[in-house]
Write a protein that binds this ligand. Structure first.
Ligand SMILES: *Cc1c(COP(=O)(O)O)cnc(C)c1O
Length: 390
């Protein structure tokens, strides 16, 4: 059994994939070819955004977003420690300081109450109000932006986050790397924030066959800034460089591949809902295992289907039982970012983000993709149930 079955997907769309790739080989515009623009138009319409800018990865999407917003030294950027390293790495790369805000244990997403407390703590320079980096002069940092992450495919609480951001003048960047196709109260993933970022890494809900990403905004100035940053800060042409940028382009071939996959994407999203529903219905009754929580009005993109075991030993026991039956599982994520070695300079300690730390030792993910069969799922659940009873 595959954790994510990309081969089954490929078999179903092989003709479209080959036709799209053939087209690129025929026209030869490997860099910024017509497929890039076509994909930008289609995904902007799907997400309900005015502008989309294709880029080289989800990480570059976040980096370019922060660059376009002028984030740099002296700026504080609030984010969750329960995420992939990219989310916070780009903050530090630009010389700004990540401020970690703990999650709501039920959703794995940034807790708006704790965000409010963290902003207050920073403004007052008072770490008793909320954990802050143990850096000299931390109280002098400017509260600049917040990057909520739509963890595992479930969108963050954008109503509450939006209120806090408006109140404190924070820019919002949605990290939607895991949530393309998700819905929150009638609005699509990538439609929130001043800028939203997604990834086409192969294992994401909408993936390519390499690296790729996209940035969304409704602001024409930000869109043209992003287009300039994507190509080395170009001005009127490629050899007129008006700002510091990067090589952040999306390959034409990757855009052609995403175009083929996007044709079946809405259907795949429905299949993911069915698969998740089947898992949850069957697992709900197993003692000691918590199924994922999806708040009213939300549709997860189910990038992952993650459970919570009772504790770390229980998780290891369940994972081993599944593995012995050939069922792969993964842990997203085993160590929250505030405790990662790369961020040790921030001086965070164990206990600073207790919900994230708790989820990190209890969470594990089951195989999840649109081509999971009912039989496969029944087998996974059977093994899980038997293991739990033993
Ligand atoms: C995958 C991921 C990224 C980075 O995307 P890449 O395309 O791999 O660079 C950023 N944030 C989150 C939450 C992710 O899961």
């Amino acid at each position: 059994m595959d954790f994510i079955d990309l081969k089954a997907q490929q078999a179903g769309i092989r003709d479209r994939l080959e036709a799209n790739m053939e087209k690129v080989l025929a026209h030869g515009q490997y860099i910024m070819g017509p497929e890039v623009k076509e994909l930008e138009g289609k995904l902007a319409a799907y997400a309900g955004r005015k502008f989309a800018v294709g880029c080289a990865s989800g990480t570059d999407a976040l980096l370019m977003a922060l660059m376009a917003l002028g984030v740099g030294p002296g700026d504080a950027v609030f984010t969750t420690p329960f995420t992939f390293i990219s989310t916070a790495e780009v903050i530090s790369l630009l010389g700004a300081t990540p401020i970690y805000v703990d999650i709501d244990r039920r959703t794995y997403n940034i807790d708006p109450d704790k965000l409010e407390q963290a902003v207050a703590a920073l403004k007052a320079g008072d770490p008793r109000l909320a954990p802050l980096p143990r850096l000299e002069g931390v109280g002098k940092l400017r509260p600049k932006a917040v990057i909520p992450v739509d963890m595992l495919g479930l969108m963050a609480d954008y109503d509450a986050i939006g209120d806090i951001a408006r109140k404190h003048g924070l820019t919002v960047i949605e990290d939607a790397a895991q949530s393309f196709g998700a819905v929150c109260k009638g609005r699509m993933s990538c439609s929130f924030g001043d800028i939203a970022c997604t990834s086409f890494f192969p294992a994401k809900p909408l993936g390519c066959y390499g690296d790729g990403g996209m940035i969304f905004t409704d602001d024409p100035n930000l869109a043209s800034l992003l287009e300039s940053i994507r190509v080395h800060g170009k001005g009127s042409h490629k050899y007129d460089n008006v700002r510091i940028g990067i090589n952040g382009r999306l390959d034409t071939l990757q855009a052609a591949i995403v175009l083929a996959k996007f044709e079946v994407f809405p259907e795949e999203m429905e299949k993911r809902q069915e698969a998740a529903r089947r898992y949850t219905e069957a697992i709900l009754g197993i003692p000691g295992i918590e199924t994922p929580f999806v708040p009213e009005g939300y549709r997860s993109a189910w990038a992952q289907y993650s459970l919570l075991a009772r504790d770390e030993a229980h998780r290891a026991f369940l994972q081993k039982g599944l593995q012995e039956q050939g069922i792969p599982t993964m842990i997203y994520y085993p160590r929250p970012l505030h405790l990662q070695t790369a961020f040790s300079f921030l001086g965070y300690k164990e206990g600073d983000c207790p919900a994230s730390e708790d989820c990190a030792v209890r969470t594990f993910s089951l195989p999840m993709h649109p081509y999971l069969t009912e039989e496969q799922q029944a087998f996974v659940v059977k093994v899980l149930r038997e293991r739990s009873a033993s």
